[in-house]
Each structure stands twice: as structure tokens, then as C-alpha cells.
Design a protein around this ligand. Sequence first.
Ligand SMILES: NC(=O)C1=CN([C@@H]2O[C@H](COP(=O)(O)OP(=O)(O)OC[C@H]3O[C@@H](n4cnc5c(N)ncnc54)[C@H](OP(=O)(O)O)[C@@H]3O)[C@@H](O)[C@H]2O)C=CC1
Ligand SMILES: CC(C)CCC[C@@H](C)[C@H]1CC[C@H]2C3=C(CC[C@]12C)[C@@]1(C)CCC(=O)C[C@@H]1CC3
Length: 279
Amino acid sequence: MEKVILVTGANSGIGLALCERLLCEDSRLQLCLACRNMQRAEAARSALLTSHPDAHIDLLHLDVGSVRSVLHAAHKVKARYNRLDYLYLNAGIMPNPQIDIKAFFKGLFSSNVVKMFATAEGLLTQQDRVNKDGLQEVFATNLFGHFVLVRELDSILCQAGQTSRVVWTSSSNARRSAFSLEDVQHRLGTEPYASSKYASDLISLALNRHNNSQGLYSSVICPGLVMTNLTYGILPSFFWTLIMPIMYLIRIFTHTFTLTPYNGAGALSPWIRGQSITV
Ligand SMILES: NC(=O)C1=CN([C@@H]2O[C@H](COP(=O)(O)OP(=O)(O)OC[C@H]3O[C@@H](n4cnc5c(N)ncnc54)[C@H](OP(=O)(O)O)[C@@H]3O)[C@@H](O)[C@H]2O)C=CC1
Ligand SMILES: CC(C)CCC[C@@H](C)[C@H]1CC[C@H]2C3=C(CC[C@]12C)[C@@]1(C)CCC(=O)C[C@@H]1CC3
């Protein structure tokens, strides 16, 4: 039986690079690209088929930020596949990021400088908004939609005699102090991204506690700082290109600067984790 792998947010950045790396490992697997924009999903599928012409790649419409879309997609997945070996919960957003320049220069000359570059602690805030479901958008997209997806798919994730894995793309920016049980959606704060990633770490622990006995294992993985649409939303791409030599210098001190989607995705698959980083 070929492995079935579903990746959310598979049409760009780390998700797309992950699909590429998974197919390099095993071109026979059944890959399902779950994306909110079908045009971008088609483009990603074509790109993957260029390097793996015989690959089995399906597309699934999924907007993780919409509960209705998640329920509909889960229904389709259960109708299409009778097993799910890997579920990569990768889709994520960081809307309207703002860098605290003062904190950056203060951190630069402090003993916390390496930690600052590795985690962006105290450097980044975002402006969140309420979505159509009445939920905070970052919480809904990065966490809640994925959680509903896992719950809805439990009949094919937790099957007797079979092991399934859920892998969350988390972040070194996840911070306990940004998360509060009294405000899980982070309605009141200015770090919804850090809060949502910390919450995904907690949910992963809870999933393990409740589902390991049924053969479902959950992990969280930070891909490191990677140049993608998400990071181009923080600083424009030309600026990142300009400071690339500095980034390679910083990389000597923090291994979290993986920089390319290919390198970032390397952390996400247990099959390819052993491979060396190439740039
Ligand atoms: N880049 C980095 O340095 C780091 C990234 N991460 C995490 O990695 C993951 C991937 O991000 P990255 O590749 O960097 O960024 P990209 O913006 O390139 O990729 C994000 C993907 O998620 C999709 N997505 C966003 N919102 C939704 C939604 N509502 N429903 C379905 N898909 C959605 C995007 O689709 P679309 O193209 O339609 O917008 C895109 O395919 C995220 O979870 C991010 O938090 C973690 C640590 C560091
Ligand atoms: C001179 C430069 C190297 C200045 C870059 C400063 C900041 C823009 C970056 C330093 C640490 C970075 C970082 C992220 C974004 C960009 C930085 C704040 C992330 C928050 C991106 C998304 C993540 O999930 C984690 C990253 C941690 C490090």
C-alpha cells in the first residue's frame, strides 16, 4: 500500500518544498495538496510533476481559516482515501507584521542577541482581525482550522494496526508569555502569531496524550527562518537579498537561519531529516 500524505498550504514556500522533498524520497506516495487557492494549487502540482512526472498528486480545496471549508474538505478526504499516513499542518499566516526597531537595536548590543535572532522575541507584533466565523484570523488559520481537521479525520488517522503522524509547522517564535488560557484567540494582545504557535505546541502534546494509544503521533517542528512569502511580508524581498551576506554571517551563531524553503522543509520529514543542508 502506498503512503498517503496530505500537506496544508502546499502551494508555496515551505509546504511546496516539503512536497518536493517527499517526492524525492519516495516518488510512489500519494500526495494531496490542500490549498485555499486552486489556481496556485494547480501551478504547484505542475511544478512538482515537472520534476516527478509519474507522481500521484491530488488537489484538495481547503481554507483552514474557515470551519465550513475544513468540514467539507475532511469529508472529501475520508471519501477519497482509506488511510492517511502523514498529515502536515503547515498552512500559516502572519498578517501585518511590524518590527520594533528600537527593540532590535537594543537587542543587538545585549547578551540576548543570538536568542533575539533565533526567536524574534520582543521584535515582532502583528495586527489581527476577526474572520467570517467570528474568530481571530491568526488563531483560526494557524491553529483552530487544523485542530478541527485532525478531529474530523480521526477515523482514518486512528486505525487499528496502523500508525499515523500529524506534523505541525511550528515556530521558534512560539512563546509561553504570548499565550493565555483566558484569551486563547489572542484577541487582546499584539503577538497573535507567537500565541498561535505556542498553542499548536500545546495541542500537539494533548493529541499525543489522547491518541498515542490509537496509533496517532503528533510532532511540532520549526523550519527555522526561511525566505518565503511570509518573511517577504515582514521585509520586502529586495531588502532580504541586500542583507543576505549578514544573514549568512548570523547563521554561524544560530542554526535557525535555514534561509531556503528546501533547507527549512528538511526538518519536516522524518525520512529526510538525516540529509545534510545544501545551499
Ligand atoms: N518562513 C519562516 O521563516 C517560518 C515559517 N513558519 C511556518 O511555516 C508555515 C509555512 O509558511 P511559509 O512557507 O513560510 O509561508 P508561505 O506564505 O510561503 O506559505 C504559507 C502557505 O499557507 C497557505 N495558507 C495561508 N492561509 C491559508 C488558509 N486560510 N487556508 C489554506 N492555506 C492557507 C498559503 O496559501 P496562499 O498561497 O493561498 O496564501 C501558503 O501556501 C507557516 O505555518 C509558518 O508559520 C515557521 C517558522 C519560520
Ligand atoms: C540585519 C537583519 C538580519 C535584520 C533582521 C531582523 C528581523 C527582521 C529578523 C530577526 C529574527 C527573525 C525571525 C523571524 C522574522 C524576521 C526576524 C524578526 C521569524 C519570526 C519569522 C517567522 C517565524 O516563524 C520565526 C522567525 C524567527 C526569527
